[in-house]
Design a protein. Sequence first.
Length: 381
Amino acid sequence: MALTTSLAGRVRNTSLPKSHALLPLLEAAVNGIQAIDARFGDDMEPGRLSIRIRRSQQEAFDFSHVGPGRAALKPIVGFSVEDNGVGFTPENMTSFETLDSDHKADMGCRGVGRLLWLKAFDRVSVRSAYEDEAGCLNGRQFRFSVQGEVEPDGQAETPAEVGTTVSLDGFKRPFQQSALKTVEAIAREVFEHCIWYFLRPGGAPDITVADDDGAVSLNSLMHDFVYSDMQRTSIEVKEERFEMVSLRLKSSPRNLAPRLYWCAANRVVVEENLTNKVPGLYGRLKDAESSPFTYVCYLSSDFLDSHVRADRTAFDISERVPGAPLIEDVSMDDIRESVLKEVESILAGPLSAAREDYCCTATSRSSKRPRSPRATPSWAK
């Protein structure tokens, strides 16, 4: 007897925390980048991906993210993601219609991105064009929803060029209210989620995020926010290999805390604040070679790829409980401990300067006037 699967049931059982309200959009962006990879290979120069923020023309304005000199924002009702990648070929279409598809399993994909679309949006529309084996262009249009599942969306128009446009429509209110609002903030979120594609050899395609009032080029963010990559290193934890990419970010009001990004399948899964987890690592650093910078590290491995949860918001890896016996399996604490040791080695000079500066400042203050008792960092004792 053949088993059947309920799309409505799968969407209902798919987890999407409101704190990750933009994850469906990020999944669509990654799909677009992968489609561009499939078409152009290592040559990213022709690749184009455009994210359009669609706002309500009738609903009330959102004043929560209004700064000086800025107009109130209209609520976001949807997004469109357009790429000039390989398109919805018959193979890709079959994969889309197969829940939990393993079509792109070698890239760490779990086949659940489209379930996240329906978790946060009422419906999805797809227009795509692909080349068949004879080199002829073929069009494909369909709608995707919990109620109708996958259904044709009228007669497919004769396509002008290869590519796909995914429209995420009907942003559900709980996620809409929790999501970032400005084009700049959304662009930064997409950039940080997809940064691995910018760091890899060959880089990323040209990616823009826009609404009716402006546009942001993600490729320019590399120049605006990153001084340089420091070095690529690797560590070994209980015979599992982990790769670390360390960056010096230009400091900004939003970008002050040193961070560790746990990655899987070329995506950021968990962001961890590293403040004071390494002696002297409590904010901006500096050395003789650069202006003040914020340290961030991107951690990846086959182990993390294979242990990421289906919704890509956490890992199925045990935390080591203090006082409990050591376990043979790799734990989050095991990985973190090794990463922090490597960070301390990478930042030896700037950390030494930071510790010295802290001690000099504390001594100067105490000599000027009596002070109330103050907790001393463990590394300074």
